[in-house]
Design a protein around this ligand. Sequence first.
Ligand code: ADP
Ligand code: MG
Length: 831
Amino acid sequence: MYATILVAVNFFYISMKWFTQLFGDHSSQAIKRLQPKIQAINALETETQALSDGELRAKTDEFKQRLSDGQTVDDLLVEAFAVVREAAVRTMGMRHYDVQLLGGIILHEGTVAEMRTGEGKTLVATLPVYLNALEGKGAHVVTVNDYLARRDAQWMGQVYAFLGLSVGIVNDQNQSFLYDKGHEEVDAERDEEGSYKVFYEFLRPSSRTEAYAADITYGTNSQFGFDYLRDNTVRRPEQLTQRGHHFAIVDEVDSILIDEARVPLILSSQSNDAEDLYRTFAGVAAHLREGDDYIVDEKLRAVELSDEGIEKAEKILKIDNIYTQENIKLVHHLETAVRAKAVYNRDQDYVVRDGEVIIVDPFTGRMQDGRRWSDGLHQAVEAKEGVTIKAESKTMASITYQNYFKFYTKLSGMTGTGATSEEEFRKVYGLDVVIVPTNRPIERIDHNDFIYQTEAGKFKAVAVKVKELQEKGQPVLIGTVSVEKNELLSAYLTQQGIVHNMLNAKNHESEGEFVAKAGIKGAVTIATNMAGRGVDIKLGGPGCTKEEEQIIKDLGGLHVIGTERHEARRIDNQLRGRSGRQGDPGETQFYVSLDDNMMRIFGSEKVKSMVATLGMPEDMPIQNGFITKQLERAQEKIEGFHFDSRKHILAYDDVLSHHREIIYSRRHKILFNDAEYLETIYQQILAVSPELHETIEGKRESLGEEIFTQVMKDVTLQIIDRLWMEHLEVMGDTRQSVNLRAYGQREPIVEYKKESMRLFHEFEHTWLHDIASILGRIDVQATLKPKTPEPELIEINNKSDTVIVVKGNETKEVKSKKVQQWIDAGWQIRG
Ligand code: ADP
Ligand code: MG
């Protein structure tokens, strides 16, 4: 540990008038309101510095005591922040700047703090996280990838550990850790390199439950979400991992709550069939031609088959008519196969790695290991690529990020680029955005776009520029939109003899190190948007001397080149933000061409014809205000389009969410042996199946109260889970079919709501019947036999899916789900 006291930089250098003009009333009012608090924290500094390490740590117990005596976290804020700041100085030699205190209060208030890249958001989070963790209900820090969860926890963990709080980390593949203090031997090294390197000494493997039991837990959005879903499929309370949703800070909040929110989280179990079907249909799709047999809607990413196309398919399949009741499934297969062929492109929408199809996020260029497209699309792409087709999976549980993050009593977020998404944060998440001023004035220069006629012309120009910059020694970071474009550009640079690094967001950990070094003299780094995310680019490189840093500053700082306008302005701004951190010099320049996807699909004809009439050679740029404006308008259009599509997903998930809440709370009560509730279910079961009344009572008697309750609990959980899976599937199908029915002028969502109500009623009816029919048939002898170590108490026969019904001397085996229909028709269930 070392304690360099850094000179405080007062953020009041900014005149409030100027700030208001720039960022609007909302942010400046918040800042004005919070100024007295900042002053109060600063006023405590001298006395906090005078405390011994032990006394400083004892503050944690004192705060906890005061909370249990009735004070609130708001009452403690000023003192707690002063304590955390001092702990950070003592452990890491970093003293929170005033603007960082400000950011911390904003996060504590459950707001999105927009703080630019390099403003030190990782450190800012320690303030509200410590304060809110004091309540003992857990504080979650959500990062964009597993590597950042580990990095932030082992880096910031020292502050929390110093103050006596525990830290857990949840990573994918069920890897979890607890922060392990000590390891003095690498402490100094960690302070130096902890911003990009994970010192594993500080991470001790633990169970998932332990990681969540810690005062503070770091993890990715997907792990938090999946753990929630998994917790709602367990059969025993000790398998639960999470302990509620108290307070969360989402780092890079726009990436997580906006960009990633288009794909819901799905937990699935696998079932094997239809592999041949996928191959067959991939073969059929290969025979169909765009134009004659189908048309593609690039904006909607959909295909529409023509009559000729359908006929051709029927001929190949040797089927008379594919549009019949029993062939409906095949229609879906056919459409999916054609979509896989016509709309989903290799190295753009997905990559094939080690015989696997891996999705690439269209927004961020980031590979999404483990994610799969649903509804058979993934299998269709696998069939098209000729790789192994993974078994079709059944959804066991699913949720959108929007609905998961609503569980938190208090949610907040931080990002460098939140303002352009203010409306969505407010409407969807109820989150306000406050723009925090930078610690030092911004020096970066953003140049106007260069526009080229062709992509080749654009890349040639980039290569020439980069060569010039490398010769001069100015470091360059070039952003691309995809792995494919990365490789293409790399070839251009190689041709010019430019030595460079290429980052594809394939390995966040090692790429983090490359990005950390992207500010070294002469460095050229090509990166997709997510590559090296969250890692700071220091001019001169990590641990360089003041002189080395100055050389880079004199060269103009980091030069950022964008090679394509992204679908959202926010993502362009993220790239620009890589340059000019903490008042450094820097410049950014976008190179775009008419071949770019954005221009091709959304650019207006006017622009194209205008450029054509200018008659410029392909590697000559046009800098034209009109065209740049058109581009930005197109971006806004796409942003709106995506916002709508997310709202759409949410509207549908809200319907399901209502059911999910009912079912999960029911599950929860059963899991925790809520005696009163179990008795209620028991009475309901008897009520729906009067004919089984005696049989079930008999079983209850012979099994004894305790075992019977255990059996009933287990049966109930299994039935709920199975029916819930079915419900999810039927709801999914319904969603598709209401969209088809939309042609008949009805609002699909209204239809969906209506239908879902009916389906849920069906669910409500079926589950009690199913439990009754199983309980009525439970083999008492088998249940009473000595138990195997297997914790599941009974094995439910798969056939319990069906029920025997009788009428007169007729007997039938029917689906238990459908049993009501039979009862309505005068049949009785055979006990
Ligand atoms: P952001 O997430 O806002 O882009 P980081 O949290 O990655 O920024 O921090 C950027 C760099 O700034 C880190 O290397 C960190 O060590 C440094 N830093 C942050 N806050 C301070 C501070 N108060 N004093 C000194 N250095 C700081
Ligand atoms: Mg960060």
